[in-house]
Design a protein around this ligand. Structure first.
Ligand SMILES: [Zn+2]
Length: 676
């Protein structure tokens, strides 16, 4: 029983103040609030207290004719009761005691945190055993907690290594380290923290598990002998379609790309001093390539500025006064834009505003592109492979090179496709697969950007569409133009408020002007929507060695991810991932790390508006992402080394082979799904 608060009635009832000793060493002072066990002379007084709303902390009990009750009251109230025959038996606690008791309890508490292993996996690769662990501490807010993992092998050898605190979007996730080399399989692990925390002793698990059996003798593979630019890929697709007409259709995707093309531009004047930029309205290959622009001094005083167009040469006569040229850069840029709006736009070069327009040129306008490939809009193509290409079988979609610079990725999907076609006639397992499933392959989603990467700027990631305006159209920024195709989809996008896409047209993660503003992203979705038998998809990127699924994005603040898969689907993702990671490892021992296997948002970063999230959330497709090109262990330096987007070809070739193995295992997963 507990009653709160004192009514005015109680104060009046107990208004006679008579000082009286209490049972405790120090009396309760008049204003002090305390919890006191009081012996009341009779039940009538208790009833009075109840009626007055006294703060009665316990059920009263009878004791030798008295009533014992615990009351929260002030010293003056206690004195009033005492004057009427009650007396204090025990001052249990004073109001002022509480803060000190809280502080003392915190000081006396053990400082140790609690640790537990989120994962602990070992594997062997290239004769070397590795261990990777993730450990979480309960001291999530302490940035200085150090966690050490200690391992023991069967023969008693032991060692330890530190973990690093991993924080994402301001939130503590866990402690983790790169895979550590060990002399042998670890049998026991424990973790300790600098706060004194100790984990349970655990036994690590083998990663990723069993590898599939080797292909039978006579199985044909390795159809990759060089890097392939979009033109090479187009030729390969044509050959496969001609060579295996009973197994494959070549599908033209509906949205032609812009093409490997740019508007033609030139600087008129000296960009370091005073200049304007002229830019054709049409693409360079549509006529403007080779146009010339010059500015001239009319040689006479007091002339207005004027622009004339003749024989593909724009001549601007500058304005003069009695002492010479007076046209500014802004005036001349405005004159050109107003005079020939169908042909040329002009703007003042950054830093040239307010300056007199110099006499310059003629300068030749060009599109700045070095490649000798077609400038025409590109028809992106897909292979449709299977015995029954009618939508009656479970569909699997593999697509690559959304990002132009990821040169090894089409090698993976092309190797995968050709293995299916080449082995159909002779390999029973392949024949069964192509009976059970239908396979769609888009080797290069972003051929325009790929052409730019092969011919002009190898680090080009985005497509060739320039949505920039104003000064951001300066041709010196050309390598930063384009849309990140894999940030242009409709689920969890920048436009929905998710993290990992940019509204800046010069950003590597520029999301475009709207969801699906680009032909490239539209093609992937159009293919998936046109074939609702597609139940599985793999989006092939490079590099780093990741195997990932949804959610691929979160929103800030709070790191709110897209919905997590159900427990059943998460289990399907993980068990399938282990099969596919195992298949990849069968080629040359490459093991995708446990820490790089999981949802994109958790193991890599938030990628707002990526394709796999749209396939999964909108179309219900089990959609994965590869980042091929796993880090390589260097035993000489004991370091993991990155391979990059365009490694020396032998590495890219090895990636094509091992990740084709992974895609074939994905097909087996789909086949099992289809038969279930
Ligand atoms: Zn990529």
């Amino acid at each position: 029983m507990k009653r709160r608060g004192y009514g005015l009635a109680l104060i009046l009832l107990l208004s006679v103040l008579v000082p009286s000793p209490t049972a405790s060493a120090a009396p309760v002072t008049l204003d002090e609030l305390a919890l006191v066990r009081v012996a009341l002379p009779d039940e009538a007084m208790f009833d009075e207290l109840v009626a007055a709303g006294a703060d009665i902390a316990t059920r009263p009990r009878m004791d030798d004719g008295r009533v014992l009750v615990d009351l929260v009251l002030t010293g003056s109230q206690l004195d009033a009761l005492t004057a009427r025959g009650a007396h204090a038996v025990q001052v249990i606690q004073r109001e002022g005691d509480a803060a000190a008791r809280y502080a003392q309890s915190r000081q006396a508490a053990p400082q140790a945190d609690t640790l537990h292993f989120l994962s602990a996996y070992w594997w062997a690769s290239g004769g070397q055993t590795f261990l990777q662990t993730q450990v979480a501490t309960t001291a999530i807010a302490d940035p200085d907690v150090e966690i050490t993992v200690t391992w023991t092998t069967a023969d008693g050898t032991t060692g330890s290594f530190p973990l690093q605190r991993f924080v994402d979007a301001g939130e503590y996730q866990y402690h983790v380290a790169e895979p550590q080399p060990l002399p042998a399989k670890p049998t026991r692990l424990s973790a300790t923290s600098s706060l004194g925390g100790v984990s349970r002793v655990i036994t690590p698990t083998a990663w990723p598990g069993p590898t599939p059996p080797a292909p039978p003798v006579g199985y044909q593979e390795d159809f990759i002998d060089a890097y392939m630019a979009p033109t090479d890929i187009k030729a390969r697709l044509g050959r496969l379609a001609r060579q295996y007409p009973n197994l494959v259709d070549l599908v033209d995707l509906p949205h032609k790309t812009q093409g490997y093309r740019r508007t033609a531009t030139a600087f008129v004047g000296d960009p370091a001093n005073a200049a304007i930029v002229v830019e054709s309205v049409k693409f360079g290959d549509e006529g403007p390539h080779g146009w010339q622009v010059r500015t001239v001094n009319p040689g006479r005083p007091n002339r207005p500025a004027q622009a004339t167009w003749r024989d593909r040469v724009l001549t601007v006569s500058l304005a003069t006064d009695s002492s010479g040229v007076i046209s500014t850069t802004a005036q001349i840029a405005a004159l050109i834009t107003a005079r020939f709006p169908q042909r040329i736009n002009a703007f003042v070069e950054d830093g040239s505003a307010g300056k007199v327009m110099p006499v310059a040129g003629p300068v030749t306008m060009d599109d700045g592109l070095d490649g000798s490939v077609s400038r025409r809009p590109w028809t992106v193509q897909a292979l449709r492979i299977g015995v029954h290409r009618d939508g009656s079988r479970t569909g699997v979609l593999a697509y690559s090179q959304e990002h132009a610079r990821e040169w090894a990725t089409p090698l993976v999907t092309l190797e995968f496709a050709e293995r299916l076609l080449a082995n159909y006639a002779t390999d029973a397992a392949t024949r069964q697969l192509l009976e059970d499933v239908e396979v769609f392959v888009i080797p290069t989603v972003n051929p325009d950007g790929a052409n730019y990467s092969f011919s002009d700027a190898s680090f080009q990631r985005k497509n060739m569409v320039n949505h920039c305006t104003g000064l951001q159209r300066d041709p010196r920024l050309a390598d930063q133009w384009g849309v990140d195709v894999n940030r242009n989809y409709t689920v969890g996008s920048l436009f929905d408020g998710y993290t990992g896409g940019s509204a800046n047209c010069l950003s590597g993660n520029y999301s475009g002007t709207a969801e699906l503003s680009e032909a490239e992203s539209g093609n992937v979705i159009a293919l998936a929507k046109a074939h609702d038998n597609i139940r599985f998809a793999m989006n092939v990127h490079s590099y780093g060695g990741y195997f990932m699924w949804s959610p691929g994005a979160y929103a800030m603040p709070g790191r709110v991810t897209l919905p997590r898969p159900s427990t059943e689907e998460e289990a399907l993702f993980l068990t399938s991932a282990k099969r596919i990671v195992g298949a990849i490892s069968s080629s040359r021992g490459t093991v995708t790390w446990p820490s790089r296997t999981g949802p994109v948002a958790d193991v890599l970063y938030s990628a707002a508006g990526n394709s796999a999230d749209q396939l999964y959330y909108e179309l219900g497709i089990i959609a994965w992402n590869f980042e091929i090109g796993n880090d390589r262990w260097n035993p000489a330096t004991s370091d993991w080394e990155g391979v990059g987007f365009q490694p020396p070809f032998p590495e890219a070739h090895a990636e094509s082979q091992e990740y084709a193995d992974g895609l074939l295992e994905l097909l087996s997963v789909a086949g099992d799904y289809a038969r279930d």
